[in-house]
Design a protein around this ligand. Structure first.
Ligand code: BGC
Length: 747
């Protein structure tokens, strides 16, 4: 009887607030726990302290911690689990870590994986990352990053899926599925708009108009929510003047109200006290109240919920129902993750899983899917069998840390195959490999250039491993320049002056401005940070055992001054013309990008012919369907990425000059031709108005088909009537990506 009354009381407390955030009804277990918990225990669930930060073992044993982060070793995790077993209610803990591209075995960075134009690549890598993480005792990763990033100066562009909303969203969703299939929960971050920080400066504010927010920035997050992400993380920034960590509109209205997100929201690390530093709260108490009421359920190492919430509840400034609502979300998420029913954790079992041979084999194969061949003059690649000697130049060639990349979780650098290791292992017997550094990884001095060039001049071929050391990329690594770091361009020129062909293997976490490199380099193979087995994958690609089949998920500018430069810009009435001053251009940089979005070469070449639009008049429930015959016109097998772009020609607001709507990859043997069909729901061709409504306006849409964002126009369709979704929010149709089917051999 007493228990029933208690349940009723809690339900009535939850009800008024729950409707605002559309929380699912709490389970029996959650209700029971809430009824039993003291105020301190409840607040404990809302706290996630960090190793090296506010972690306090005594609080774990007292049942006053909801989860911890940055503990990575199985032994440490077992110890914390044992402490928690001493607590009164023994509510399982969240063990979170930034498993961004692997735990012990590292895979390529997320931006690199987006270059595969094959979300299955990310689904597989995250599956293996999760298998290792779970074996280590973790149950949550702080990934995927669905922050659309359109400014390469921002170092965290490497953590996301590039500049296109559909591509980034497909990859974010694939990562969620992969982490789940491998056995851990996923955290979507950093909600919302973090990728739009002003000037590409990390932690700077962002200002995004409503239409742009809904058309571009929100879709990737929503696609991850639809894929079932468990936790959502706020960001450090203020968006349109409101700290995201204090944004009720983002965390409650949009995330829960419109999208029905059932999990819990965690702040970014220390982001709750930082609300005060953003000038929107007068101290930690107000920051805590703002965050909790906005819908931020857990405090990541800010120590503010622990310090402030009890007082706020006791003095009546915060209703206990608001606290219960957050606790219920945390508990329900733990329940959904299966943490209450877990078998005891055995740290000794981890050793058999971490770095297992099949996981490393997956890393090697998946890495090769992400490489982008930017240029290949005279088909200098793949390396010809008659090559007798190769000079490998550049400290990055032998750097284990830089092969792994930033956010290396619990990778062991010594277990990493560098480009030099890979080339030595793969080079045929009789081909000499000589290594010379030339300069350090950041290339701060040219004092050894002379010696390096002299050595390189003796070889048949020079492989220069250049680009960004991993610490130039990632969090807190914004750059004002996009050039090759230090004196690398000079080194490249010196190498080219030997007269030997120079193949640049480019390590990078962002688009670089390579205008000065395209002349001296014969070929440029972008390999990002290829991970634990990266060197093998690079060598196999250079020697032609694997074909480079990646495509750019971001535009490569000629010069940093062109930023932002994305393929899906809005039109200008005066597109740039060299001969006309009063057009949209720079006086001192050539027009357009150096390499467009979607660009990438292979070791063969393809033709696309007979492009046909199935129906020219389309209603709102139809699909835009295009077929084309793709043929491998070269002498080696290879993979092509067919890309379909659409432009809404006349609308009530300016629409992008083109938007990627469907793509697909296919393997073709030499001489083989296949017909493929790309299909896009008409409902996904629309845009948002400022009131949040979504519309596909009737009228003409131009269709472009090809191998990059520079694809040619193949015709137009007319949509009539249009389609309109109410301003209840984003329509589900917007997020249905187009797809490609290979339908058979052409005659
Ligand atoms: C980053 C997050 C990360 C967190 C925990 C923060 O500084 O912004 O992306 O998940 O640290 O490591």
């Amino acid at each position: 009887m007493r228990i029933t009354i208690f349940f009723a009381a809690i339900a009535s407390l939850l009800a008024p607030i729950a409707t605002a955030g559309a929380d699912p009804a709490p389970s029996e277990r959650v209700r029971r726990l809430l009824a039993e918990m003291t105020l301190e225990e409840k607040i404990g669930q809302l706290d996630m302290p960090s190793h090296g930060g506010h972690y306090d073992p005594a609080r774990v044993a007292a049942g006053r911690t909801g989860g911890v982060l940055n503990f990575g070793s199985p032994q440490e995790i077992a110890e914390i689990r044992a402490l928690n077993a001493q607590s009164r209610l023994k509510i399982p803990l969240i063990f979170g870590l930034d498993v961004i591209h692997g735990y012990r075995t590292l895979f390529p960075m997320p931006l690199a994986e987006a270059a595969s134009f094959d979300p299955a690549v990310a689904e597989q890598s995250t599956h293996w990352a999760a298998v290792e993480s779970r074996a280590a005792g973790l149950n949550l990763t702080f990934s995927p990053v669905a922050d659309l990033a359109r400014d390469p100066r921002w170092g965290r562009i490497v953590e996301g899926g590039g500049e296109d909303p559909m591509l980034a969203g497909l990859f974010a969703a694939a990562r969620v599925r992969g982490f789940h299939s491998g056995g851990i929960g996923a955290t979507l971050k950093h909600f919302a708009g973090y990728g739009a920080v002003e000037g590409g400066r990390d932690y700077a504010p962002a200002d995004i108009s409503e239409g742009t927010l809904r058309d571009r920035y929100l879709p990737p997050y929503r696609m991850a929510v639809e894929a079932g992400v468990d936790v959502v993380m706020t960001s450090y920034i203020s968006l349109n003047g409101t700290p995201t960590t204090a944004s009720r509109r983002l965390m409650s209205d949009i995330l829960r109200g419109e999208w029905g997100f059932p999990g819990y929201v965690v702040s970014d690390m220390n982001a709750i006290p930082e609300i005060a530093l953003l000038g929107v709260a007068d101290g930690n108490g107000e920051a805590a109240k703002l965050a909790l009421e906005a819908g931020v359920d857990q405090d990541m190492d800010g120590e503010v919920y622990i310090a402030e919430l009890a007082g706020l509840v006791r003095d009546g400034s915060l209703p206990e129902a608001a606290l219960d609502r957050a606790v219920a979300r945390v508990l329900a998420t733990k329940e959904r993750l299966g943490l209450f029913d877990e078998k005891p954790f055995d740290p000794a079992a981890a050793a058999a899983v971490l770095g297992r041979a099949d996981i490393r084999a997956a890393s090697r194969a998946l890495a090769a899917e992400t490489f982008v061949l930017l240029q290949n003059k005279d088909d200098v690649l793949p390396i010809r069998p008659e090559t007798r000697s190769i000079a490998v130049v550049g400290a990055l060639a032998a750097s284990q840390a830089d092969t792994l990349g930033n956010n290396a979780a619990r990778a062991v650098p010594a277990e990493t195959v560098t480009v030099l290791d890979g080339l030595r292992a793969r080079a045929p017997a009789g081909t000499r490999i000589d290594f010379v550094e030339g300069c350090d990884t950041a290339c701060t001095s040219d004092s050894n250039f002379q010696a390096a060039a002299a050595k390189a001049a003796e070889a048949d071929l020079i492989v220069a491993v250049l680009g960004e050391p991993q610490d130039h990329s990632g969090e807190g690594a914004s750059r004002a320049s996009l050039e090759l770091p230090g004196r690398q361009t000079d080194l490249l020129r010196r190498l080219a002056a030997t007269g030997r062909p120079v193949v640049v293997v480019l390590l990078a976490g962002r688009p670089l401005a390579l205008s000065e490199a395209v002349d001296p380099a014969a070929a440029i193979l972008l390999v990002w940070y290829p991970g634990s087995e990266g060197g093998h994958a690079v060598a196999e690609t250079l020697f032609g055992d694997r074909d480079p089949a990646g495509r750019l998920p971001v535009t490569f500018p000629r010069h940093v001054g062109q930023v932002p430069i994305t393929y899906d810009a809005l039109p200008t009435a005066r597109p740039g013309k060299v001969e006309d001053r009063y057009t949209s251009r720079y006086l001192d940089v050539a027009l357009g990008p150096l390499f467009p979005f979607g660009h990438g070469l292979g070791y063969t070449h393809f033709t696309q012919s007979d492009a046909r639009i199935a129906a020219r008049r389309l209603g709102p429930d139809d699909r835009l369907t295009v077929s084309v015959t793709v043929a491998n016109a070269g002498t080696r097998p290879g993979r092509e990425v067919v890309q379909l772009y659409v432009r809404d020609v006349v609308a009530s607001r300016a629409r992008p000059v083109r938007e990627l709507k469907a793509f697909g990859k296919l393997l073709l043997e030499p001489g083989e031709a296949r017909e493929v069909v790309l299909s896009v729901p008409v409902r996904s061709l629309g845009f948002h108005r400022d009131d949040g409504s979504y519309v596909v306006e009737p009228g003409r849409f131009d269709v472009y088909l090809g191998s990059s964002a520079a694809a040619p126009l193949i015709g137009s369709v007319v949509v009539s009537p249009g389609y309109e979704a109410p301003p209840a929010g984003l329509s589900a149709e917007r997020f249905e990506a187009g797809h490609m089917t290979v339908i058979g051999k052409s005659p």
